[in-house]
Write a protein that binds this ligand. Structure first.
Ligand SMILES: Cc1ncc(COP(=O)(O)O)c(C=O)c1O
Length: 469
């Protein structure tokens, strides 16, 4: 890859500092250090304005499933831009790519999720799921069903409602969310099970009982839906105990609560399946929400897939004459849908799911070899959604103090060696493009080993305590 010589990196950096507000930013750190400005992508690699080239271990932000520069996706976008970029999708107006994509998604999705509501990303698609659930229950005469249950540490988006739905409590500081609408129960985290619980099956019983108790407390007649990611992503790539999702769905069914599976990260081959809910977690959701990998991030798109039963409810005439008043200017965006169709075509032609099933197993196996390092507490995840958890003490799982940003320390060492990992507090998260082969995976793991070793040295110096011992 060539360095962009006619680029003006300093001008860009200055303008970025003067005018941009980045999401999720620690402003003090940003004002001191500025941004890395990314200028190009090629396959699973990205290049910054200084010409540094990295393996993109973040996959953009869990989205670059096919990698960068795929001609098929670029051509599909160009052809649709030429024909018709977008037109109103409201009321009775459609366009060919949106229609074709809805039919493709209905065929790929599990069970009777035959109906597609389009939006512009994961937050808007989750928000749409809530609005669909509320409208559904109201239309079928159960208007008291309004409350939403999700899990602590979940991430469902950043609109007002989906931020309220998300469960990272430390990210709520400074914001004011409505009280009483959203209720959180425990996340499922097999690495940190509560004290006294000795097996996954006991843990599953514990979590199921907590869910039942929450339903009793709120009254089932007041609850609309339960939201869950198959594997909790931004919350720390948390794996639930075996059978957990099936169990939670069973409880939802018994109490008439809709189960919404947030597959914004897990869908479109990241776990070796187009959708993970049923194939990997034995759950037939009432709605599936997807985004990100649906276009491999080439253009924003979110979808909310809805069961026949819910569709029948929301499409019934209402006594008050009301209609389903929800939608966006860019719902059914013709270019986004054309790119999604091309994305699915390439994934099918290249049998990407089958490939990911093999390379994904290899990835986890290789990553687990890092378990011998003195600060590696856990290596977990599935296929191309993986994480290394770093701890100060492996026997007690004690975390480093807050002022030590150990994930960031590893990321900086990795960047010097040509790899970007996503640091989330004490975690190194990996979600690269799914096109990586075994050689690339070996390279990632070897850079990560060196970077963790270098971090151990830094920490030993900082604390005066030899962590290598
Ligand atoms: C599981 C999950 N749901 C929803 C979202 C929100 O998606 P978006 O940022 O496209 O609005 C994300 C984003 O990371 C996510 O990981």
């Amino acid at each position: 890859m060539k360095v962009l010589r006619n680029h003006d990196p300093d001008g860009l950096h200055r303008a970025d500092l003067d005018h941009c507000i980045h999401p999720w930013t620690d402003f003090a750190d940003w004002k001191e250090n500025g941004s890395t400005i990314m200028v190009r992508g090629e396959g699973a690699f990205v290049e910054d304005a200084q010409g540094n080239r990295y393996i993109d271990g973040m996959g953009g932000l869990w989205f670059a499933n096919l990698g960068y520069g795929r001609k098929e996706l670029i051509d599909a976008a160009a052809a649709q831009l030429t024909a018709l970029p977008q037109y109103s999708y409201f009321t009775n107006i459609g366009n060919p790519p949106a229609t074709e994509l809805a039919a493709r998604l209905a065929a790929l999705a599990p069970g009777d999720l035959n109906h597609v509501f389009y939006s512009t990303g994961g937050s808007a698609a989750n928000e749409s799921a809530v609005r669909i659930a509320h409208y559904y229950f109201d239309t079928i005469g159960q208007s008291s069903r309004r409350l939403l249950i999700s899990r602590r540490n979940a991430y469902h988006g950043s609109t007002f409602l989906t931020a309220a739905l998300s469960g990272k409590m430390d990210e709520k500081a400074g914001f004011h969310f409505p009280k009483g609408l959203v209720h959180h129960i425990s996340e499922a985290n097999c690495y940190r099970m509560p004290e006294g619980i000795r097996s996954e099956s006991e843990y599953c019983d514990f979590l199921a009982q907590e869910f039942e108790e929450k339903i009793t407390e709120l009254g089932e007649e007041n609850i609309a839906c339960f939201f869950a990611e198959p594997i909790m992503g931004a919350g720390g790539v948390l794996m639930a105990p075996t059978g957990y999702h099936r169990r939670m769905k069973g409880i939802c069914e018994r109490h008439g609560i809709l189960y919404v599976s947030d597959e914004v990260v897990t869908a479109f081959a990241r776990l070796g399946r187009f959708f993970a809910s049923r194939d990997l977690f034995d759950v037939q959701p009432d709605m599936i929400v997807a985004a990100k990998g649906i276009t491999s991030g080439y253009i924003p798109l979110g979808v909310t897939l809805v069961s026949d039963r819910i569709y029948e409810g929301i499409s019934r005439p209402r006594a008050d004459g009301g209609i389903f008043s929800h939608g966006f200017t860019y719902s059914g965006h013709a270019v986004a849908c054309a790119v999604a169709l091309a994305n699915i075509e390439v994934m099918e032609r290249e049998d990407l799911c089958a490939k990911v099933q093999q390379t994904g197993d290899y990835f986890l196996e290789r990553l687990k070899t890092l378990s011998d390092l003195p600060i590696v507490g856990d290596v977990r995840g599935s296929h191309f959604m993986l994480c290394v958890e770093l701890v100060e003490d492996r026997s007690t799982k004690k975390l480093f103090p807050d002022e030590i940003d150990v994930g960031k320390m590893v990321d900086l060492h990795a960047q010097e060696r040509g790899l970007i990992v996503r640091p989330i507090r004490n975690l190194c998260v990996l979600s690269p493009a799914l096109i990586l082969d075994m050689k690339d995976i070996d390279r990632i793991v070897s850079i990560l080993r060196e970077s963790i070793e270098a971090t151990v040295s830094d920490l030993s110096q900082m604390t005066g305590h030899d962590l290598r011992a």
